[in-house]
Design a protein around this ligand. Structure first.
Ligand SMILES: [Mn+2]
Length: 329
């Protein structure tokens, strides 16, 4: 994150700019997950508690299973009228804004936790945070310390807990630190958060279509001879034949990843618009720089990118070649 024209913000500098704003627009990353939705929802609740107008904007609709986090809030795919102070939440690079980048919004600040990315505004980034929710929690605590917020609003606590749990796989991944757990513990302190309900919604409850997609992925996963690199490819034709939508493919990567012996997992999905998305997970191999090589971003062990290729099979071949090249070097 060096050599950019953008400033690195301290917590208090970020809070001061938030406090100076009257109308706030929080940008979520495309294909929204529990962290970007939970973190943006928490910021909207906090902004409202500060007496401000606040909205959320995302290139893709918030998936049904996460809609409990945005209930009663204005979070949509169409930009509300008027001028805003625009803050990107959990967005590592402009590419992750998806179609929003075409709006050329004047992004004032970024709040993020990705160690690999392309800064596009003055930023508050905790590279060691497990989730953007951890950064938002620090912002909320700072506002409380500054005397601007009496306490973290109840609904914001649930949203932040969901953000933390979402990006840590229910506090199971290696990104969990003592600070992550202290944030979660603090959010649970006053009994305002029904953690079992949040975790059930995030991890246990699956639609039949999602289960069908997972079953397909289990059946069609292939691997290198040593079983260390595994992948699955799902084209539009295959998805349509399966009777599922793109949003039901979100967890197929986890099926590839959970196979015994797999160290690098790859899921390649042709999108309805013909573009080709790749998700990668690993047990330590750097998939963030791999994704960055293809113009994407993410974390050391979890990343994604859009691959430019003529066919999904070509994209898979290019990804596999690059992974093998780096893995067996
Ligand atoms: Mn995140």
């Amino acid at each position: 994150m060096t050599d950019t024209p953008y400033a690195t913000l301290s917590l208090s500098a970020f809070c001061k700019r938030l406090l100076a704003a009257e109308r706030l627009l929080f940008l979520l990353h495309r294909r929204p997950d529990g962290d970007t939705v939970g973190s943006a929802a928490a910021l909207i609740h906090i902004a409202k508690a500060l007496g401000k107008e606040a909205y959320g904007l995302c290139a893709d609709p918030v998936p049904e299973r996460l809609s409990f986090l945005t209930r009663g809030l204005s979070v949509g795919t169409v930009k509300p009228e008027g001028d805003f102070t625009v803050v990107a939440v959990d967005v590592a690079s402009p590419e992750q804004l998806g179609a929003l980048s075409e709006l050329s919004l004047p992004v004032s600040m970024m709040l993020d936790h990705h160690e690999v990315g392309v800064p596009f505004a003055d930023n508050l980034i905790f590279a060691d945070a497990a989730a953007a929710g951890e950064v938002v929690f620090a912002v909320a605590e700072t506002l409380v310390k500054m005397g601007k917020l009496r306490a973290i609003p109840r609904a914001a606590k649930t949203a932040l807990y969901a953000a933390l749990s979402s990006d840590t796989g229910c506090f199971r991944y290696s990104n969990v630190t003592p600070r992550t757990l202290r944030c979660a513990a603090s959010l649970l302190e006053d009994g305002d958060v029904d953690s079992a309900d949040v975790n059930h919604r995030l991890f246990e409850m699956k639609s039949k279509k999602q289960l069908l997609a997972e079953a397909y992925a289990i059946e069609h996963t292939e691997a290198t001879e040593d079983g260390k690199i595994a992948w699955v490819l799902i084209t539009n034709a295959e998805r349509v034949a399966l009777g599922v939508e793109e949003e039901h493919l979100e967890t197929v990567i986890d099926m590839v990843r959970s196979r015994e012996g797999v160290e690098v997992a790859l899921a390649v999905r042709e999108q309805p618009d013909g573009t080709i998305r790749a998700s990668m997970r690993s047990s330590g191999f750097d998939v963030a720089s791999l994704a960055a090589h293809f113009g994407g971003g993410g974390h050391l062990r979890a990343a994604g990118c859009t691959v430019k290729a003529d066919t999904p099979a070509d994209a898979l071949a290019a990804l596999r070649a690059e992974i093998c090249n780096r893995f067996y070097r």
